[in-house]
Design a binder for this molecule. Structure first.
Ligand code: PEP
Ligand code: MG
Length: 538
């Protein structure tokens, strides 16, 4: 039996087998081959393997997700047989004696570029598919395994570290717990684990030994430990603890359908945070009154190219429709810092948390911003949408945003596309925004306080830096005063103020927030009922 300690991100106990997650690093190189014929044969073999992989994926998706979802693999199979695509690769191998991997990559990029420049939305979207099949071929040629996690049964994921884009791509139904050697408790990966409602440990002093792969283990999110190959009595104790916790969680279910109201009648809105359409199930299950933060940037992560307006529209429409008129606050694209997306081709930065991110990118690249806004406005016809903008620091930014929003609205009107009224707000997550919140409040309809970044920037502590976890103190008086100031300034201007950062679910502060007059708390679906209980117990 081996016991290792880490920092817990979410309470709970998970019992299962370990899946050792390894990043498959592969560096693509251009090489000259001696024998182009043999290289072409290698390509042909890889093509056949890719075809059978896709057939398997098609059959699996057909059973698990239905025909519409499965079709994508059929399209990929057809592309793999496209003679223009194959001729281009074969030509490079034959004429330039190029290695197959490089020829596939160049051809993939060329074809993707052609698709991306087409006017037709459907053809545009095929650009990502070409890149996808090319990547598959390259992986097979180079003998590099599939990216991500492949497991039939739900497992305890043991990894060195996970980026938000890796986490977001994982099949969440197959994960019982996440244990990483690195990572900070305030990172987006930790936030995702919380929203998945699975125990997670970061900074765990565990070795990533091959022999642990498949071993039985217990993750104790209360004690912050992982026990590998547990002895019988330890296992028994953990099963007991798991049952007790589940009982506690079940007791909270009785609060479903009840008001978020204190005993002296103060009412507060309790919403949930999501990153994906698939999280809506948990929101509905949690009985949240709406969605207070849809981290829309997760739509952009883990892909090869920009999501199109149509793709985004369908996602927002589905979320809004499923929420049946309850408010859904969509935060516009907040990439940069830890959420890196290759196809944005952002310059490398010394200090990305303070760099070119979020609204700064949107204002510099209005075409990307407008695509998202058009998609949200079109979807607004299907429910109650609100939009908020991240990382705001000035009144000037809001004015620029509002001008772009007006352009989008008049374009849609000209095109005869209907949309509903959409409430516009901002995230207050920089000290600058909190300090000038009196000015900003005159420009928008609501504030949502992002305590994760507000803590980072107020205390000058990188939330990603695991060595600073003990210094990252969201209860710091400076952070609490900025929250209070924002609420007061918002109310003076007659707008509502919520909190959507992780601090919103900290029930040791619920009383303080209610006393300050906070109107809304938006928390991970996992915490909705425990916060409701805290409010009702006041
Ligand atoms: C925040 O900063 O508090 C917030 C809610 O946004 P994110 O955690 O996605 O940066
Ligand atoms: Mg933030």
């Amino acid at each position: 039996m081996i016991k290792c300690s880490g920092k817990s991100v979410l309470k709970g106990i998970a019992i299962g087998r370990i899946y050792l997650y390894k990043k498959q690093e592969y560096v693509l190189k251009q090489e000259t081959v001696e024998n182009p014929e043999a290289e072409a044969e290698r390509l042909e073999k890889a093509r056949v393997t890719a075809g059978s992989q896709l057939e398997e994926l098609y059959q699996k998706a057909l059973v698990e997700a239905g025909e519409e979802q499965a079709m994508i693999f059929d399209v990929h199979k057809m592309m793999l047989e496209d003679e223009d695509y194959l001729d281009s690769i074969r030509g490079m191998i034959r004429d330039e004696k190029m290695n197959a991997e490089y020829a596939v990559s160049l051809t993939g990029d060329n074809f993707a570029g052609v698709f991306a420049s087409m006017d037709d939305e459907y053809m545009k979207a095929r650009s990502a598919d070409v890149l996808d099949i090319s990547k598959r071929l390259i992986r097979i040629l180079a003998g590099v395994g599939e990216e991500g996690m492949v497991s039939e049964e739900p497992v305890i994921l043991l990894a060195d570290d996970l980026s938000p884009s890796e986490t977001v791509q994982m099949d969440k139904s197959k994960i019982l717990a996440i244990v990483t050697k690195h990572g900070s408790t305030n990172s987006h990966t930790a936030i995702l684990a919380r929203s998945m409602n699975i125990p997670a440990l970061v900074q765990t002093d565990v070795a990533l030994l091959e022999e642990y792969n498949g071993a039985k283990a217990v993750v104790d999110g209360f004690g912050g430990t992982i026990i590998i190959n547990p002895e019988e009595d330890v296992l028994e104790r953990m099963i007991q603890k798991k049952m007790e916790y589940e009982k506690e969680r079940t007791a909270l279910q009785e609060l479903k359908g009840k008001d978020n109201v204190t005993s002296d009648g103060r009412r507060i809105n309790l919403y949930a945070n999501i990153g994906n359409v698939s999280d809506v199930d948990k929101v509905l299950e949690s009985d949240a009154g709406g969605i207070g933060l849809f981290r829309s940037e997760f739509i952009y992560l883990g892909r090869e190219d920009y999501p199109t307006e149509e793709e985004q529209f369908l996602i927002y429409k589905e979320v809004l429709s499923r929420m049946e008129g309850k408010k859904v606050i969509i935060r516009t694209l907040d990439i940069g810092a830890d959420k890196q997306v290759d196809y944005f081709k952002l310059p490398r930065e010394e200090n990305p948390a303070m760099g070119f991110r979020a609204i700064r990118i949107c204002l510099e690249r209005p075409e990307v911003f407008k695509t998202q806004l058009r998609a949200i406005y079109r979807a607004s016809a299907f429910g109650t949408a609100a939009i908020m903008f991240p990382m705001i620091i000035s009144v000037g930014e809001i004015r620029k945003i509002k001008k772009i929003v007006e352009e989008v609205k008049s374009e849609l009107t000209k095109e005869g596309i209907s949309f509903n009224r959409v409430e516009l707000g901002i995230m207050v997550e920089t000290p600058a925004a909190a300090v000038i919140s009196d000015e900003l409040a005159k420009e928008v309809e609501f504030f949502s306080i992002g305590t994760n970044d507000l803590t980072q920037y107020t205390l000058a502590i990188d939330r990603q830096n695991q060595n600073l976890d003990d210094f990252y103190d969201s209860h710091h008086e400076a952070v609490l005063r900025l929250i209070r100031m924002t609420v007061e300034n918002g109310h003076k201007a007659g707008i509502w103020v919520g909190i959507c950062g992780e601090l919103g679910s900290d029930t040791t502060l619920t009383k303080k927030f209610v006393d300050m007059g906070v109107d809304e708390l938006s928390v991970s679906p996992t915490y909705v009922l425990s916060v409701r209980k805290a409010v009702r117990d006041l």
